[in-house]
Ligand binder design. Sequence first.
Ligand code: SF4
Length: 446
Amino acid sequence: MNERDSEIMAQSLSGYGYIEGMEMNEADLVILNTCSIRAKAEQKVLSLLGYLRKTKLKRPAMKICVAGCVAQQEGNRLLDRMPHIDLVIGTQNIYNIGPLLLRAETDGSRVVTELRDDYAIPKFLPALSPMAADRAESACAAPSIQFSKFVTIMQGCNNYCTYCVVPYTRGREISRNVDDIIEEVNILVKAGVKEITLLGQNVNSYGKANAVTADRRPYNFSDLLREVSSVEGLARLRFTTSNPKDLTDALMKSFRDVKNLCPQFHLPVQSGSDRILKSMNRKYTAAQYLEKVEKLREYMPGIALTTDIIVGFPGESDEDFQDTMNLLEEVRFHGSFSFKYSDRPGTQASKLAEKVDERVKMERLAVFQQRQDEISLLRNREYVGHGQSVMLEECSESGGKGRTGTNHIVHFSECRGHVAGDIVRMKIVHAGQHSLRGEIEKTDEV
Ligand code: SF4
């Protein structure tokens, strides 16, 4: 989500004379697009802002802007602590960053963080860039990002999981107009993009909170998947992120019926304990989650499942943690993102007593991650000897890397005349814990 928001700000600012660059120390404007989902990410922002204070002393003309969830959450407090910041811009205001930077200079309005319940995602389309032409000229050197893009379909969340800041930092759930989404996908595909990932905090509740069609007919995420998938030239479609409670049968069937939908699903479970899931306000049980996993595997055998896990949520006992380990054994996720629980300001969970000791959290995290690593390796070995469709992301004389439909990274040593962006058939010859190794087989079948 933040990556796409950064692109939106960069594109908006190109109309104000700014060119996106990589060297922070030489920039006229530095934007920190922040995340506050975990305490560690927030601490990194504060430490970078401390560093930028010294840079600004040497180069006072440099402007510093803080965007995203930390900006939304901290607002004026951030400016009080860090007066060298020129603009603090909230999550619903990024589309307007150009005028807001100018206004900060003229009337000193340096904090813009209003969150509106009646917010509508503005019509904002990517500028058509000549990606296909770039590709032809630079052959192997074309960067992968040109062929794979994110498209925002919704913002905010109404679920109020007790540990999560998103409903407070991103506001109420709002779905984007379907015609705007299809237009954006069309523009990207015409420009050479082959893979689209639909983005939102809870994509499978798309269309629930507000009308998304001009004629206001009911329209849901499965409808959107079908419509996007039929954009001519789109080879691959993915989406993230989903809440299991909103995973409908229709959506699960999409994996069987929508041909270019990749066989990969990130479905955060967070815990295997019903007691903890209830305390997290997740609104499903471990058994319901497992039932959905079983159905998904019926509709799409071989689907690669990944998840998010929080260990050490307030009140989590040894038995609760064992329930999480049992769920891991049952599902055998291809991979997972696991974290120690940390209090986030303003959330319900931060007010819960029975905090788990830091050492216990670390031990549980290590146990979970070690077992997940073992399972990931075993899962990856299942691919060895089999063919996979792989989109090449990097190619050079010495080989490169690509990505399977199941979202596995595959390294290879020979491009065999292919260039980044090509989708090829590869035989997987080796599996590691976090990636595969393959050989390009043939070019006429993917
Ligand atoms: S569904 Fe996701 S974004 Fe929404 S509150 Fe829960 S964890 Fe946060």
